[in-house]
Design a binder for this molecule. Structure first.
Ligand code: G6P
Length: 367
């Protein structure tokens, strides 16, 4: 079994370390580094000309990927995007028609709620595009088109490499739609593509902080409450960071929009509460800096994971980790690495069953 785990103690750790390769495989052949042109051979007869609205629906980690994808699709392709948990979507009688594109995201392709959402969309004459990691699964049979993430088999219940590959496909899709709809300048596409192609190498670099994060986990695993804060693309990323910790360490962790702190959650801050603050690139990162001051003023402990842009203005905190430079929309693919490693090592210190956490299943095939 150790051999299957490639020398790693758990599949989850192995899968975290497989992300640079998985990402490279997922991007391979889909984007031209010189022209920036994105191509998806799978999207034959696909035209967005008649699409007026995109709805992304999924469960768990896949839904967090969708929430992040919304930012790049709306910004680059200028098409309105809504994101909804499949378990909500399926019973809401959503307004759908042939001008709606419903994107269903699933690692397994067998999640009951996601399948029901896809069927509902088809029955309502919407067009269904699936983003899936498993070939020939139920979801891909329902969908009109499928874009595969090429993460390889994921065994750890807590999803890691499937998530980063979902982010990559959604980002490529945003560029693809932008090219079809001619909504952005070629220069802008090239700028994004350059960063995308550098990501696997940057991820490899970042993974070297693994031991460092293990130390951090040793310092914090006895605490009970963790808040994950972010804005913009870092808000859904905060949800995902908190989910990872909950899933495998059984600690209470909440993902929050940093801008909403003042409307309630700030009341939770005290010395025993750990805030993990995510600073992405751009204005939302800048705005989140204020939260750090507010938490420090209330004696809360703060771990910051930041894009290099903010380095000079971050106030003193318990721990500061910095990711390599990237674009605003791609920052989640790097920021997630320390979050996954932190969840993993906290769970390791706590001695929980990391690859098969209690009460959870890899794929929830019944409602
Ligand atoms: C389960 C898994 C999660 C996963 C979710 C959706 O809850 O434990 O890791 O994100 O299902 O799974 P899917 O296969 O549809 O991506």
């Amino acid at each position: 079994l150790t051999a299957e785990k490639g020398g790693y103690k758990h599949f989850m750790l192995k899968e975290i370390h497989e992300q640079p390769q998985a990402l490279e495989d997922t991007i391979l052949g889909r984007v031209d580094g010189i022209t920036g042109q994105v191509r998806f051979d799978e999207l034959e007869n696909f035209s967005l000309e008649t699409v007026e609205r995109v709805i992304i629906t999924a469960c768990g980690t896949a839904c967090h990927a969708g929430m992040i994808g919304k930012y790049s699709i709306e910004h680059l392709a200028k098409v309105p995007v809504e994101v909804e948990y499949a378990s909500e979507f399926r019973y809401r009688q959503p307004l759908l028609n042939e001008k709606t594109l419903v994107i269903c995201i699933s690692q397994s392709g067998e999640t009951a709620d996601t399948l029901a959402a896809a069927r509902l969309a088809k029955d309502s004459h919407a067009r269904v595009l699936s983003i899936c990691n498993s070939m020939g699964t139920s979801l891909t049979r329902i969908a009109d088109w499928t874009l595969y993430t090429r993460a390889g088999i994921e065994i750890g219940v807590a999803s890691t490499k499937a998530f980063t590959c979902q982010l990559a496909v959604l980002f490529l899709l945003a560029l693809y739609l932008a090219q079809q709809r001619k909504t952005i300048e070629n220069e802008c596409i090239l700028y994004q593509v350059q960063f995308l192609l550098t990501l696997p190498r940057q991820m490899n670099e970042l993974l070297k902080i693994s031991d460092h994060i293990h130390e951090l986990a040793r310092e914090y695993y006895l605490y009970h409450d963790f808040l994950y804060l972010g804005r913009g693309v870092c808000y859904p990323l905060a949800l995902e960071g908190a989910l990872k910790l909950k899933e495998i360490s059984y600690l209470h962790a909440e993902g929050l929009s940093a801008g909403e702190m003042k409307h309630g959650p700030i009341a939770l801050i005290e010395p025993d509460v750990i805030s993990v603050v995510l600073l992405g690139r751009g204005i939302t990162g800048v705005k989140t800096l204020a939260n750090i001051e507010e938490i420090k003023a209330r004696k809360g402990k703060v771990i910051v994971i930041s894009h290099p842009e903010h380095l000079e203005v971050i106030p003193p905190v318990e721990k500061l980790l910095v990711i390599p430079e990237t674009s605003e929309f791609l920052a989640p693919l790097l920021l997630i690495i320390p979050l996954q490693l932190f969840a993993y090592y906290v769970a390791l210190e706590k001695g929980s069953d990391i690859d098969q956490p209690r009460n959870l299943a890899k794929s929830v095939t019944v409602e």
